[in-house]
Design a protein around this ligand. Structure first.
Ligand SMILES: [Zn+2]
Length: 73
């Protein structure tokens, strides 16, 4: 779970980790915020590089989009 505040109006949102790095439009003031990455414990090498590459690939798909949040906070 990631918690962040709108950079303009300060409204708090809590979103699931899958929203990390994505852009969402604030439901209160309408500006676009970039959701910060979730804080994670350091992990061993393992699949982290693959996971990171997959994340970058996923982010590139959403780069030009700014979907509205569909959640209740
Ligand atoms: Zn706002």
């Amino acid at each position: 779970m990631i918690k962040f505040d709108c950079s303009k109006c300060g409204r708090s949102y809590r979103v699931s980790d899958q929203y990390a790095g994505k852009r969402v439009r604030c439901r209160e003031c309408g500006i676009v915020n970039t959701i910060p990455a979730a804080k994670r414990e350091p992990v061993g090498c393992g699949d982290s590089v693959t996971a990171y590459n997959n994340l970058l690939l996923e982010l590139s798909k959403f780069e030009k989009q700014a979907p509205s949040l569909e959640i209740d906070s």
